[in-house]
Design a protein. Structure first.
Ligand code: PLP
Length: 416
């Protein structure tokens, strides 16, 4: 096949496939060749998450990070109950962002004091549910604190609260910034002492401070810089509090590579800094530090799998029309906060060892030019019936996509 001169080839497929074994020339999550897995699931499209890949990620993190550091999973990244159940056993706590996520967390059997509930917009009813369950409400405004206190009074319990701080500095080079400057998240650092006084006056139990600067950062030095500043800020605010706390949550932000030219985060400097900070926290606060990770624990462990329905050519370009797309995987289509669309790593999953010999564009079934899973990528030549896999798909997949758009069936989800 000759490549039209105007075609820019974007090719990024191989590195992430190494997270999965290959069996019989097919990508094989959990050791099951993808064709057989599709038969077992009974339909396409589906997401498959690999339990061993998640466990290995947690193990390698634990090996690098200080033992005293608490590792929390932000379940918004992947709230599939089986995934949350798996991670509840491997981590020290779960962060939830809604009553639904709270239920998923509690269904794992986790002790409620290991669950924290963050989010800029909580209803009074959600706050009451959290207080009733003994979950820590991460208050993001004076009103949320009032509502937690009122819920505690009504229920006859002392509410567990943490205060989310909006730091004055930002996490540089982050895909998404949740701190620094005017933000709806948390309480501006300058106003936190006043809120801490309110916590004391109202008799609530302060578990700690939560300072989450941003997410999807691949630059270790930016993460180190933010964690350093976050620690200093937390320490100075806790000096004002002048009483023990259970923990100080430094946020997370550890990113994963999605696109060509992106590389795995260099964990060594981040880990070295956290070793230093944990020693300081032991002396300064006598309380553990927490980091809160979402995608870093699960993104690599997930594949989105859809089937080629049709193959056609238009003006010299080959299109593979698949049964899945934007409605299940908004991020891979380039419409989840990206400014410029770039290809996620994609492969023809049942021909994983075949030569990459044709430039093909994988589109979904929706009637919109936005429904693209791979734009002019060099892939193994595919036919109707073949399976397309999108790698790095274990986070912000189905729950971050407009599943109802055009009324196609929802994607299946399996953990193997
Ligand atoms: C408070 C909070 N915690 C954790 C996360 C998870 O971020 P990531 O999946 O990038 O680790 C987010 C992301 O929006 C967040 O807002």
């Amino acid at each position: 096949m000759t490549v039209p001169a105007t075609t820019e080839i974007r090719f990024a497929q191989h590195a992430p496939t190494s997270f999965f074994p290959v069996v019989d020339g097919q990508i094989a999550p959990g050791g099951i060749p993808i064709g057989r897995l599709a038969e077992r699931v009974g339909r396409t499209p589906f997401y498959v998450y690999d339990r061993a890949a998640i466990s290995m990620r947690v193990q390698s993190l634990r090996a690098a990070l200080p033992a005293a550091l608490h590792l929390h999973y932000a379940i918004k990244a992947n709230p599939m109950p089986a995934v949350v159940q798996h991670l509840a056993a491997l981590t020290d706590g779960l962060d939830v962002a809604s009553a639904q996520e709270m239920r998923v967390a509690l269904d794992t059997g986790i002790a409620p004091q290991r669950v924290s509930f963050a989010g800029p917009g909580k209803t009074a009813a959600e706050i009451r549910q959290a207080v009733a369950a003994g979950i820590t409400v991460t208050v993001e405004s004076a009103l949320q604190l009032e509502q937690a206190v009122a819920a505690g009074e009504a229920l006859g319990v002392r509410p567990r609260v943490a205060v989310r701080v909006n730091p004055a500095f930002e996490l540089k080079s982050s895909g998404m910034r949740m701190g620094g400057g005017p933000k709806p998240f948390g309480i501006d650092e300058a106003k936190v002492p006043e809120v801490l006084d309110r916590v004391r006056a109202d008799g609530a139990h302060l578990c700690g401070l939560h300072i989450f600067g941003g997410s999807q950062n691949l630059r270790a030095e930016a993460i180190v810089d933010a964690q350093q500043k976050t620690y200093e800020l937390g320490l100075s605010l806790l000096r004002h509090w002048a009483a023990p706390v259970e923990w100080l949550n430094l946020g997370g932000g550890l990113g994963v590579p999605y696109f060509p030219n992106e590389h795995e985060l260099d964990l060594a400097p981040v880990a070295a800094n956290l070793h230093r900070l944990c020693e300081r926290a032991h002396a300064d606060l006598d309380a553990p530090l927490v980091i809160e990770l979402g995608r870093y624990l699960v993104a690599h462990a997930g594949l989105y799998v859809c089937r080629v329905l049709d193959r056609k050519e238009s003006c010299g370009q080959v299109f593979l029309v698949a049964d899945g797309g934007l409605h299940h995987h908004l991020a891979a289509s380039g419409n989840f906060g990206q400014v410029l669309r770039k290809n996620y790593p994609v492969a023809v999953a049942n021909r994983i060892e075949a030569p990459l010999d044709e430039v093909q564009t994988v589109v979904g079934p929706l009637c919109t030019p936005l429904d693209v899973l791979a734009d002019r990528m060099m892939l193994a030549r595919a036919q109707p019936g073949d399976l397309i896999a999108v790698f790095q798909s274990g986070a912000y997949g189905p729950t971050a996509s407009p599943a109802a758009f055009l009324g196609h069936p929802a994607a299946g989800e399996v953990l193997v």
